[in-house]
Structures are given as structure tokens and as C-alpha cells.
Ligand binder design. Structure first.
Ligand SMILES: Nc1ncnc2c1ncn2[C@@H]1O[C@H](COP(=O)(O)OP(=O)(O)O)[C@@H](O)[C@H]1O
Ligand SMILES: [Mg+2]
Length: 245
């Protein structure tokens, strides 16, 4: 089972758009896929027309993993399941903090899923917390959308710094450009500069596109309702680029 996390310290950078379309692309590639929404806002599940998880006791204990997994739902696409979050997920960190091996809890929650799924996609909340550290330890690929603006470099640097302090493997971090505007000179300049500073950037660029923005109205992956566009195909290209390694 391969675990992909769509993660950034920043909000509004395209994490959920990536998670939703990546899960769709993986399923189209024949992977039995589970999309897990770890953000209390529950946007990823919303895009699949799936309601937030039913209320349950969000507290530690041997039954926690089972309680979480019991909320897995089938999506409209066979082979693609979704585990929605709910507002209780905002307490994930508090709960983790009380546990032993608090940095490896997500690993034990996800481990039993390996029998049923080839790929798991995590849609992460925007912060740098104990939950994030669990994500860093379990994800095979940490996909980081970067909008080509000056602040983004700082955020990426902070992430690498954190990995260094915690002795985590930095090669798991896979940044890529998100919402890039070809016609914007500043964007072009920042992209060129950031590629020089961080040669690990994925080649595939997700452009800014109204067709992707429309996901909020359509409530389906953009790759499903607009498969013929270069902008949406960028998600498939990104998926293939990551799988290629
Ligand atoms: N490539 C894109 N082009 C245009 N709009 C986008 C693109 N990706 C995301 N959006 C829009 O930007 C907003 C934030 O995207 P989202 O994926 O929710 O970010 P995050 O999960 O990082 O907060 C949403 O309204 C979304 O529809
Ligand atoms: Mg999001």
C-alpha cells in the first residue's frame, strides 16, 4: 500500500484539489484507492458528495482505529472509497498528545488497510502539528503544492527545516507548482528561481484554471467532468510522474 499525502503548512494552495484528483487518477490507473479526509472542514469528502463522518467518540483507546475506519464510504466511482472527517478531527492533535508513541499512531491506524487498498491519499489540514508529524512518518510521498509567490519559498524552507530537526527523510518531500499562471511574469520568475533552489520540484505544473475552480459547483473531480483539458490532465501527469519515482 502506497500512502500519498497532500500537505502544506499553508491553506488555500490546492491540497484538496490535488487529493481529490489524484485519488481519481490512481483509481483510473487500476489502484484500489482510499481517500482520507484529515481536515475538519471535510472539503475532500464534499467534492465526492459524501457527508461528514457521523459523530463518534474521538478519544484514544484500542477501538479508535475501528471507530475511524467504520466511517469509510463508497464513492460514485467503484474502486474509490472515501473516509470523511468531521469537526471532531480538530481534536486529533490533543488526542495524539495523550498517547504513547504519539508520532506513530497514524501508522497503526492505517496499517490494517493494506489488505484492501493499493493506494491511500491523505488530504491534510494546513498546519505543523503532532498530526502533521504522524503524516510525515507514514507518507511515502509528501506532495506539497506551492503557489509561485515569495511567501511560498519561506514555507517550503520551514518544512525542510522541520524535517532536518526531526531527522525525517527529506526525499519524501515532493513539491510541485500549483495554480501557476503562465501569463504572469512574476509567477514565471519565481518558478525558475525555485527550481534552481530546489531541484526536487516535480516537472508537472498544475495551472490556475477556472475548470478546476469549478469543482466546488460540480462536486466531482475535475478529471471526471473535464477530462479533455490540459489543466485537468496535469493531475494525471503528476500522478504518473510520482508513480514513476
Ligand atoms: N489549479 C487551480 N486553479 C484554480 N483554482 C483552484 C486550483 N486549485 C484549487 N483551486 C481553488 O482554490 C481554492 C483553494 O483550493 P483547495 O484545494 O481547497 O486548497 P487547500 O486544500 O490547500 O486549502 C478552492 O476554491 C479551489 O477550488
Ligand atoms: Mg483543503
Amino acid at each position: 500500500m502506497t500512502i500519498f499525502a497532500s500537505y502544506s503548512i499553508k491553506g488555500g494552495v490546492g491540497k484538496t484539489a490535488l487529493a481529490v484528483n489524484l485519488a481519481y487518477a490512481l483509481r483510473e490507473d487500476g489502484h484500489r484507492t482510499l481517500l482520507i479526509d484529515l481536515d475538519p472542514q471535510c472539503a475532500a469528502a464534499y467534492y465526492f458528495r459524501i457527508k461528514p463522518a457521523a459523530k463518534f467518540k474521538f478519544k484514544e483507546g484500542p477501538k479508535l482505529a475501528g471507530r475511524l475506519r467504520r466511517n469509510i464510504r463508497e464513492s460514485d466511482y467503484p474502486g474509490l472509497d472515501v473516509l470523511p472527517s468531521n469537526m471532531a478531527y480538530r481534536n486529533f492533535d490533543i488526542m495524539l498528545d495523550r498517547l504513547k508513541k504519539s508520532r506513530k499512531q497514524l501508522r497503526s491506524i492505517l496499517a490494517p488497510l493494506a489488505e484492501e487498498y493499493d493506494s491511500v491519499v491523505l488530504d491534510c489540514p494546513p498546519n505543523l502539528t503532532l498530526l502533521s508529524e504522524n503524516i510525515f512518518r507514514v507518507a511515502d510521498h509528501l506532495l506539497v503544492p506551492v503557489i509561485p509567490t515569495p511567501l511560498s519559498e519561506r514555507t517550503l524552507e520551514q518544512l525542510y527545516q522541520f524535517f532536518k530537526e526531526k531527522k525525517l527523510p527529506p526525499n519524501r518531500i515532493r513539491p510541485f507548482f500549483s495554480m501557476a499562471q503562465k501569463s504572469n511574469r512574476l509567477h514565471r520568475e519565481f518558478m525558475a528561481q525555485l527550481r534552481l533552489d530546489y531541484p526536487v520540484f516535480l516537472d508537472t505544473v498544475i495551472p490556475h484554471s477556472v475548470h478546476i475552480e469549478r469543482m466546488g459547483q460540480r462536486r466531482r473531480p475535475a478529471l471526471d467532468y473535464a477530462p479533455g483539458l490540459a489543466a485537468t490532465q496535469a493531475y494525471r501527469k503528476l500522478c504518473l510522474e510520482i508513480l514513476k519515482g
